[in-house]
Design a binder for this molecule. Structure first.
Ligand SMILES: [Zn+2]
Length: 262
C-alpha cells in the first residue's frame, strides 16, 4: 500500500500529546503540572486546512493502479492521473508538491492545522476518492487542490475551479466553495501578477462537475490551475522556485482571507 496519510499521523500524535496527563510522576518543579501543549495562536487558530498536491511522481510507472476506475458521482473515472509537464519535462506533480511544501509552514505559522493528501512526490496516488475523503474526515475548513494546466501553447494565465452543483449531493458546499475560490483568485492575482487564464474559464473562475476531488467533497473545496505548463512563459515561471514561493504566499493569503472573512 503506497497511500500515505501523514495528516492522520499528526492527528494521532497530537491526541497522544494532549491526553494522558493524569497519574504522571511528580514533576521536578515541586508538583506543578506540566504546562499543556500550547494552543496554536494566530488568525487561523482552530482551523483545519487540507492541501491536495495534484497527482504523484510515481503515477506514471504504475498505470494499472492509476487507471483503475472509481465512482465520482457524475461518472466513473481513473483513480488518479499522471499529470502534465512542461516542454522541458518539469512535472506537474513536482510543481504541486513544491508549492505545498512552501505553503504548509505559512499556514501553520498562522495557527492552522494542515493536513496533506500525500506525503512525498515519489508515491502513487492516492485516488481522487481517497483525497476527497481525507478532507472530509479531517472536517477541513478549506480544501485546496494544487495543479498546473495543459492548455493550448498560446494560452496563459491561471484559473480557479469550483464545484458545480450536483443536486442533492453537494448543495451545501457550492456557496462556501465559491467564496473560497474568489478569495484565492484575488490573492493569487495580487500575489503572483499572473493574469486570469485567456483560454479557459471566465474571470479566472470555472465550474466543473467532472472532478472527483470536487464532487466528493463535503467541505469547501477548490482546485487551482496555477498556470499553463504548455505555455513557454508560464512554464518558465512555474519551474522557478522563487515563483513557487510567491504562489505559496498568495495561496496562504487567499486561504487566510476566506477563513477570517476579510
Ligand atoms: Zn492536475
Amino acid at each position: 500500500m503506497r497511500v500515505h496519510r501523514p495528516g492522520f499521523v499528526t492527528l494521532a500524535v497530537l491526541a497522544a500529546l494532549s491526553g494522558g496527563c493524569g497519574g504522571a510522576a511528580p514533576a521536578p518543579n515541586g508538583g506543578a503540572l506540566p504546562a499543556p501543549p500550547t494552543a496554536s495562536a494566530g488568525p487561523l487558530a482552530g482551523k483545519v486546512v487540507v492541501l491536495d498536491p495534484g497527482h504523484n511522481g510515481g503515477n506514471a510507472a504504475h498505470p494499472a493502479e492509476i487507471n483503475r476506475e472509481v465512482d465520482i458521482i457524475t461518472r466513473s473515472k481513473a483513480c488518479n492521473a499522471v499529470g502534465f509537464k512542461t516542454a522541458d519535462g518539469y512535472e506537474e506533480s513536482a510543481f504541486a508538491w513544491s508549492v505545498t511544501q512552501h505553503l504548509r509552514p505559512l499556514l501553520e505559522t498562522m495557527g492552522a492545522q494542515v493536513v496533506l493528501t500525500r506525503s512525498n512526490d515519489e508515491g502513487v496516488g492516492p485516488c481522487v476518492t481517497e483525497r476527497a475523503a481525507i478532507g472530509n474526515d479531517a472536517r477541513a475548513d478549506a480544501v485546496v487542490s494544487i495543479h498546473g494546466d495543459s492548455g493550448k501553447p498560446s494560452g496563459h494565465g491561471f484559473h480557479v475551479i469550483v464545484p458545480g452543483l450536483i443536486p442533492g449531493r453537494n448543495d451545501e458546499v457550492i456557496e462556501p466553495s465559491r467564496k473560497l475560490g474568489l478569495a484565492i483568485r484575488d490573492a493569487y492575482q495580487a500575489g503572483t501578477g499572473m493574469p486570469y487564464a485567456n483560454y479557459r474559464g471566465e474571470d479566472g473562475l470555472r465550474s466543473r462537475t467532472d472532478l472527483g476531488g470536487l464532487n466528493l467533497s463535503t467541505r469547501p473545496v477548490v482546485f487551482i490551475q496555477c498556470g499553463n505548463m504548455r505555455n513557454a512563459g508560464d512554464a518558465a515561471k512555474m519551474t522557478d522556485v522563487a515563483f513557487r514561493k510567491r504562489v505559496a504566499g498568495a495561496l496562504a493569503n487567499g486561504i487566510k482571507n476566506y477563513l477570517t472573512g476579510t
